[in-house]
Design a protein around this ligand. Structure first.
Ligand SMILES: [Zn+2]
Length: 415
């Protein structure tokens, strides 16, 4: 062990967490495989498994089919997924969604609830509390069965202070809302309510598909109807001083772009330059050359989606490529600025751009690696994230559940 010495008790909890994190990455696993993978003695691992099993956090799955060196079939273990549950809530602009997941972040149920009086802050917070209780009761759960209630909001949310500084869509709620405190008062049966920005929760879900990304400094860029993102440094969601970190949608890329004002009140924000409305504006500029193109009328009639554009660009269509080139250059500027401000080693692009296709990604990578000053192209990876194209609400809640379970298990210590 390098650095400060560890007390025996801390070593024990540290090892418990190592075993747990390995178990969470594997559906079933044997003691000897755990011992091998994390370099602990088999005796230590067997002891840890016994403690975890005694406490109900893991369960025996019977004997495996393969044999150990000794010729015996090893006992297999798995996380006891119903040890605790998460009620993950996304309080969006139009409705509230409450999802109940197990400890493996599998969604057991999810329901949408309307706001009773959307413009009333007090009533909306009460609605969220009511949803949480309804979700618990519907699944026959008790307060003790719930390890956490993560709640995602849109806008500038500071998880540390529990304040929503700026609820961008729910403008009737005002500003500087002590949402966490308001929810804690209304949900006295849970000690573990944590608010954050919905895009951050959504982005965090990337670790379900890519646990290896936990060793990286990742910038996620999500763009669909709305835009979000976040910075996750070695598995930690970075909030910044006020919760602004990762609000990529409002990074100003082209202040002189005056066709539409952003929801935030400014011009030329990233969000306004990559949306389907922007695509329509880019298409209109090309009307002289491509006005009779079939995609042109579909875009103008509001029937085309990002994916239609990307599919045609991949087929070599010149009109689609001219528009995609505009989108590429907006992404290029954002990533260029991000490299200077937070220097990620991986950029994961999600939302509608998950379906960006080969042309978009190749062009973007080429532009980034051609930036002579930085030559970051060699070091900065740009990938499509596995996060879904619709940027769907239930996946905000799945990411929130993963975040909540990670935090919960990080603090558990069994003696
Ligand atoms: Zn904006």
């Amino acid at each position: 062990m390098i650095g400060k010495s560890r007390k025996p008790k801390n070593i024990k909890f540290h090892n418990q967490r190592l075993v747990l994190s390995l178990m969470r990455q594997n559906a079933v696993i044997s003691a000897s495989e755990i011992a091998q993978r994390i370099n602990l003695s088999i005796t230590t691992v067997v002891k840890i498994l016994a403690v975890l099993q005694e406490n109900g956090l893991i369960k025996s799955m019977g004997k495996g089919s393969s044999t150990d060196e000794g010729g015996k079939k090893p006992e297999l273990f798995a996380i006891n997924e119903s040890y605790k549950h998460v009620i993950a809530i996304y309080a969006g602009p139009d409705f509230i969604q409450a999802a109940v997941t197990d400890l493996n972040c599998r969604v057991i149920s999810h329901h949408n609830y309307p706001y009773k009086v959307p413009e009333s802050l007090e009533q909306s917070m009460q609605d969220i509390a009511d949803c949480a209780r309804a979700a618990m009761e519907e699944n026959g759960l008790q307060p003790d069965d719930i390890c956490a209630i993560p709640v995602g909001f849109d806008g500038i949310v500071d998880t540390e202070s529990g304040i929503i500084y700026y609820p961008i869509h729910n403008s009737g709620w005002g500003r500087n809302i002590p949402a966490q405190e308001m929810l804690e008062r209304r949900i006295p049966w849970s000690q573990n309510i944590v608010i954050n920005n919905g895009s951050r929760y959504f982005s965090y879900g990337i670790f379900l598909e890519h646990p290896e990304y936990r060793d990286k400094n990742i910038l996620t860029i999500l763009a669909a109807t709305s835009t979000g993102g976040c910075l996750i440094d070695h598995g930690k969601l970075i909030r910044g001083a006020h919760g602004f970190m990762g609000e990529v949608g409002h990074v100003i890329i082209q202040p002189a772009y005056r066709k539409r004002r952003c929801l935030c009140g400014r011009y030329g924000c990233f969000e306004t330059l990559v949306s389907m409305e922007a695509v329509r504006e880019y298409a209109a500029e090309l009307a002289g050359e491509y006005g009779d193109h079939p995609l042109y009328s579909r875009i103008m009639d509001g029937e085309a989606m990002h994916r239609d554009l990307f599919a045609l660009a991949d087929q070599g269509d010149a009109f689609a490529r001219s528009i995609v080139d505009r989108l590429v250059s907006v992404f290029e500027s954002l990533i260029h600025n991000a490299a200077l401000l937070c220097d990620p080693d991986l950029v994961a692009i999600g939302g509608a751009f998950t379906e960006g296709g080969a042309y978009f990604l190749e062009e973007l990578r080429a532009r980034i690696s051609n930036q002579s000053f930085f030559e970051i192209g060699n070091k900065l990876s740009i990938v499509y994230s596995a996060l879904d194209a619709e940027y769907s609400i239930v996946n905000i809640n799945v990411g929130a559940a993963l975040y909540a379970v990670d935090e919960y298990l990080r603090t558990l210590e069994f003696v």
